[in-house]
Ligand binder design. Structure first.
Ligand code: CMC
Length: 389
């Protein structure tokens, strides 16, 4: 009591114990519940990873089928949520719509405030994982002035999402399985990343014991910020500006002179190749096989090659991060830039919920209430405005 450590952004303060995600930034290791991200991306599915994050262990076949069934069953949202979304301006940003509509779900499920009941927590977690793609897809359709597409529960999680985004007629949407798989892998890669800004927001709001929809809405808000969810869009803008492979040396010189940063490079935690970036690069190749290549890919590949050999980047341990190739994939999948962060939010939802559940079941946790170092005036004498003016 009485003692405070000044630690802006909590760079040196652990706010929690957690058994969800392990990162070793020096070695470039990322594990969910102890399983390396490379193995999960290769052999698992997003819903299996979601189960793992939430339950702490891999499902049996029966548990997996039940989990997928429950999530598929809950993909529809109340019709009034649709009306609510219709009320947004024609040019509303999809992230603003997503944040508001997730928060609005708390009013449709008031029992979600009973967070001490495990069955109740379970059903809210299932609902949220199930409904995020529906809300995300509808926010996209809204921005395009197109009618909302209801979930197709014959399709897989990611196929259904693609259907709600891109279906243009009464005919059943038939997504390319390779594109659905790429999106599934991207969701896996984004599913958790320990105490990042949005997870910290979810935990901070959740520590007040509010319902999980309000907590996750706070996470979506944090993710909306350009320092958190917006770098992949900046990578695309940078590649476009460079324009051609022969302009790369000139661009790199500018970066080294401090004119600008090489977007999609460097990371606060990873001082090695971001393990997610390797997997994304491979997925980008798979996607371009289907969609045809993008000239920006050649620029990205050459940029990466040059930077990895350049002393400036080597000395500072700057490697490609998760955002270096993801924007290229999203663009190839026909997503406009403002949807990139919505995709991130859908992928991150199981992580937010796993961390929220860990928080509310942890007896050691307290309401998040950091200390401050007060720098203002003290004990001034108030003078009534009639005497001041
Ligand atoms: N291009 C050029 N120089 C860089 C870059 C870059 N992308 N990143 C860091 N540096 C330099 C920086 O100028 C500094 O050099 P010096 O020591 O000479 O002053 C040194 O490297 C250390 O930089 P820092 O800003 O102290 O490092 P940080 O850990 O605070 O920043 C970062 C991490 C991600 C903000 C930064 O690397 C960056 O701005 N990268 C570009 C933006 C980007 O790709 N962001 C996405 C991050 S991954 C998203 C996620 O995981 O959610």
């Amino acid at each position: 009591p009485g003692l405070a450590t000044y630690d802006p952004g909590f760079l040196n303060t652990a706010s929690t114990r957690s058994a969800v995600t392990f990162i070793d930034g020096e070695k470039g290791i990322l594990e969910y519940r102890g399983y390396p991200i490379e193995q999960l991306a290769e052999d698992s599915t997003f819903l299996e990873v979601a189960y793992l994050l939430i339950h702490g262990e891999l499902p049996t076949q029966e548990q997996y089928e039940q989990w997928v069934h429950e999530i598929t069953y809950h993909t529809f949202v109340h019709e009034n949520v649709k009306d609510f979304m219709h009320g947004f301006r024609y040019d509303a940003h999809p992230m603003g719509m997503l944040m508001a509509s997730v928060g609005a779900l708390s009013t449709f499920y008031p029992e979600s405030r009973n967070i001490s009941d495990q069955d109740n927590r379970h059903i809210q977690i299932v609902r949220m994982i199930a409904k995020m793609p529906t809300l995300g897809a509808w926010s996209f359709r809204h921005a395009q002035g197109k009618p909302y597409v209801y979930p197709d529960n014959d399709l897989s999680y990611t196929e259904n999402f693609l259907s709600m985004l891109f279906k243009m007629s009464e005919v059943k949407y038939d997504p390319d399985p390779r594109l659905a798989k790429a999106l599934d892998v991207l969701f896996i890669l984004h599913a958790d990343h320990e105490q990042n800004a949005s997870t910290n927001a979810v935990r901070s709001v959740g520590s007040t014991q509010v319902d999980p929809y309000s907590s996750v809405a706070a996470g979506v808000g944090a993710l909306f910020g350009p320092l958190h969810g917006g770098a992949n869009e900046a990578v695309l803008r940078m590649l476009r500006r460079i324009g051609s492979v022969d302009k790369i040396p000139e661009f790199i010189e500018g970066v080294k002179n401090g004119d600008e940063r090489l977007m999609g490079f460097g990371h606060r935690v990873y001082k090695n190749y971001d393990p997610r970036a390797k997997i994304i690069k491979q997925q980008a190749m798979n996607v371009f096989e289907v969609t045809g290549t993008n000239p920006l890919l050649d620029i990205a590949l050459e940029l990466e090659k040059i930077a990895l050999e350049d002393e400036y980047f080597v000395k500072r341990k700057l490697y490609p991060n998760v955002d270096f190739y993801s924007g290229l994939i999203y663009e190839a999948l026909q997503f406009p830039p403002e949807m990139f962060t919505v995709l991130f939010a859908i992928g991150r939802t199981p992580g937010w919920l796993a961390q929220w559940q860990e928080l509310v079941t942890d007896k050691e946790q307290k309401i998040a209430r950091p200390k401050q170092i007060y720098t203002g005036d003290r004990t001034l004498e108030f003078v009534h405005r009639e005497k001041r003016w």
